[in-house]
Write a protein that binds this ligand. Structure first.
Ligand SMILES: Cc1cc2nc3c(=O)[nH]c(=O)nc-3n(C[C@H](O)[C@H](O)[C@H](O)COP(=O)(O)O)c2cc1C
Length: 409
């Protein structure tokens, strides 16, 4: 899914003794599929939940459980294996991380292979805690996680939901896709640098109903907008996502508004952008809608073969821009740059992101994008073809740089 980021990277996956240890198997599979080299280090409690053989088969490498390799049947290089692995690694992920292991690494205890390795790490570490809600929310665990975050480790918080104990609360290990996206963000060098920043992001197409069965839509899948929302949240921002119909699922922590038509999106956008300082409009909203929506399916015989259209409101014009940073998207097929620059000045935008349908691997229905970003002060920067998640992060960097140049944080 994010092969550009993981390809050729050496990733150490620490697995501890929580019920969510089985989810780490999927993580190994996805990392391997993305071209990463994966080494799994388990605690002895983790081996009570999932057999080490599963991880060695999935990773293609021996699993390390004991500090002293000569005790290991699976075998590994002798000597200072922990230092060798730690020095060579690009990233360590601990998923799931038990409250016990979190406490140990907070206090520098190094009494098993995983905690020894952690203490020797130079590269970034992503910690994904998971536990029963009372264990997760205990004062000791809360303080330990805060301490680790302050020290520069990246904490992906547990999610709320039904727990293995049958209780409902915060403690669930996030889905594999979210852990991978967090890992990608950390590998790209990001931490929670957008903490305190509030963003509104629009995504997806609009569907303009003709009758109860048909609508006028477009080919937008929403992936670009969802990627910006995810990237911003992972970097600590508070994110409000307004989405037209899309197959993608937002992170549960986002304030999410699902809409269908341009009019519904306009209403949600006016409310949301009033609360936030940055608005990024990645949705592909229809310029026109049917003048009349039939409440019954239009019959072939009764239709004259044409549909009267009326113009949708200009969403950018409907929001208050004073003191805010407003970023638009332009998808063009011809005279790309001239059209994008015209939209930038006519609509009073701070930035415009140009996608050209003439670039292979750019625009709708593809996981990658290549864009050119123009700013109201004459700036022009290209982001070459890469995953939409990486484009999202680089666009956020440019937005923050632009804001800084105007004295906004
Ligand atoms: C069925 C079962 C499920 C458990 N699930 C978790 C869990 O999700 N999170 C956690 O922090 N501890 C959990 N524990 C407790 C840990 O296994 C225990 O604290 C252990 O010492 C952790 O060792 P480790 O950190 O070395 O892996 C569970 C225990 C049992 C018996």
């Amino acid at each position: 899914m994010l092969p550009e980021v993981f390809s050729g990277k050496k990733i150490l996956l620490g697995v501890t003794g929580g019920i969510a240890a089985y989810k780490a198997c999927l993580l190994v599979r996805e990392l391997k599929k993305s071209g990463a080299e994966v080494h799994v280090i388990m605690t002895s409690s983790a081996a009570e939940f999932v057999a080490p053989l599963t991880f060695s088969a999935l990773s293609g490498n021996p699993v390390i459980i004991n500090i002293f390799p000569e005790n290991q049947k699976s075998g590994s290089s002798l000597g200072t294996w922990h230092i060798d692995l730690a020095l060579e690694a690009d990233l360590m992920i601990i998923a799931p991380a038990t409250v016990n292991t979190i406490a140990k690494i907070t206090y520098g205890i190094a009494d098993n292979a995983l905690t020894v390795l952690f203490s020797a790490m130079r590269s970034p570490v992503l910690i994904c805690p998971a536990a029963d809600m009372d264990m997760y929310n205990s004062p000791a665990s809360t303080e330990n996680l805060d301490t680790l975050e302050r020290r520069g480790y990246y904490i992906l918080p547990a999610e709320a939901g039904e727990l293995a104990s049958g209780l409902k609360g915060v403690g669930r290990l996030p889905e594999t896709e979210k852990i991978l996206e967090a890992a990608a963000s950390v590998l790209m060098g990001y931490k929670k640098d957008l903490t305190g920043t509030k963003l509104t992001i629009t995504a997806g197409p609009s569907y303009e109903d003709i009758d109860p069965v048909r609508f006028i839509g477009n080919r937008s899948t929403g992936l670009m907008g969802y990627s910006i929302a995810k990237a911003a949240w992972l970097r600590g921002a508070e994110v409000e996502l307004i989405s037209g119909p899309s197959v993608y699922t937002p992170y549960p922590e986002l304030k999410f508004t699902k809409v269908r038509s341009a009019l519904e999106m306009q209403k949600a956008l006016i409310e949301s952008s009033g609360r936030t300082e940055i608005t990024i409009m990645a949705a592909a909203v229809a310029d026109f809608r049917p003048a009349v929506v039939s409440d019954k399916k239009i019959k072939k015989e009764s239709s004259a073969g044409s549909i009267a259209l009326t113009e949708n409101p200009d969403l950018i014009a409907s929001i208050q821009k004073q003191g805010k940073t407003i970023v638009g998207f332009a998808l063009e097929t011809d005279n790309e740059e001239a059209n994008a620059l015209k939209k930038l000045s006519k609509k009073g935008l701070d930035m415009i992101v140009l996608n050209s349908l003439n670039d292979a691997g750019s625009g709708f229905e593809v996981p990658t994008n290549a864009v050119t970003v123009f700013t109201s002060d004459g700036g022009k920067k290209e982001i070459g073809r890469t995953s939409k998640f990486e484009v999202a992060n680089r666009l956020l960097d440019q937005i923050m740089d632009y804001r800084k140049s105007y004295g906004k944080s």
